[in-house]
Design a protein around this ligand. Structure first.
Ligand code: ZN
Length: 86
């Protein structure tokens, strides 16, 4: 008794964590971006070129990153110019 419900809870938590990662990775509205302090390029958080935490700056929007003098990454395309769906 109890062991099975614990397992279900574990899977539920795992599912919620997974969904939150997806919603950030897909670049929905209100998403944040990470800028590299050295290269002055900003990325979507899921980009493989996103900087390590010690070199990164977080921007709550692409406009803020650009205002701070950061350029958008050509790989993860934080502005969504390559594949515009709107
Ligand atoms: Zn990138």
């Amino acid at each position: 008794m109890g062991r099975k419900s614990f397992k279900q809870l574990f899977y539920l938590v795992l599912l919620l964590a997974f969904l939150s990662v997806i919603s950030v990775g897909c670049g929905g509205k209100g998403v944040y971006f990470v800028g590299h302090k050295g290269t002055r390029v900003f990325h979507r958080p899921g980009c493989k070129y996103a900087p390590a935490k010690e070199n990164s700056v977080t921007f709550m929007g692409a406009g803020k990153a650009q205002a701070a003098g950061y350029r958008p990454c050509a790989i993860c395309d934080p502005l969504g110019t390559k594949n515009k769906s709107e």
